[in-house]
Write a protein that binds this ligand. Sequence first.
Ligand code: PTJ
Length: 266
Amino acid sequence: MKEKINHDDTLPKDHPRYESLKYRHKIIEGMKEIVVAEAGLIAHGRGECFDYMLGEKTNEIAEKAIKVAVALLLISEKPILSVNGNTAALVPEELVALSNVVSAPLEINIFYGKEGRVKAITDALIKAGATNLLGTDESKMVEIEELSSNRRRVDPNGIKIADTVFVPLEDGDRTEALKKLGKKVIAVDLNPISRTAIWADITIVDNIVRVLPKMIKIAGELKNLNKEELRKMVKDFDNKKNIQDILEMIKEHLEKQKEGAFKILE
Ligand code: PTJ
């Protein structure tokens, strides 16, 4: 076996799974730098599995949720973008760009509180151009009582006082706690029936690596609309229907695969 198999530069660009392998390797490299938790590899694999069932592309249902999510960020008084290890490894520059375009600070908030991880994630985001970072000074954190995991430790100027929190790739308990505190939650989760997906106000069922570039582009467009139009988009959105539509779409996609998947053999 070739050495350095984990390095991006050894991946042949014409490999049929190049994109997928590229992000897989980012996660592995991120784990070596302790940006990504060990469990982050498992979470990524679970995401890949759901992505297959979505055809590994952004569908029109997710596209609509993305648009409404951007509208909500733009009308919020104190929006915050929560960052964990996986997102910092996969899409650091895009997180910074979205933060700038919707004027929402990035807050590091991790589930696995291994020593040195906050610093490693801080460094990765600064390298990607971040200037407005919260959640970096562990001595200043306050607690969300409704939560028992490490995610209860939040920045007093960030998630604690936020009205809207963007939570990409989340484990199960926080969205429920944030909702009970009266906050709006936007989730990005490839699993449409995770607890996070179900509890969120707006669930984008798509891969974070495709979602962020779209959000950045759409934010540029929606910024020109007046707040009333944006409010109406948010008010008209039905997250239960959104998730049910995605589940229907997955069923249809799998049905098509019964025949379609074998076309590569012809
Ligand atoms: O960095 P930390 O310590 O905050 O930990 C982050 C992880 C992701 C390890 C932690 O939050 C965790 O254990 O999450 P779960 O419970 O595995 O849930 C992650 C969810 O994200 C799963 O439903 C996955 O399907 C989904 N997911 C994984 N990769 C992606 C994704 N969703 C969107 N885009 C992805 N690339």
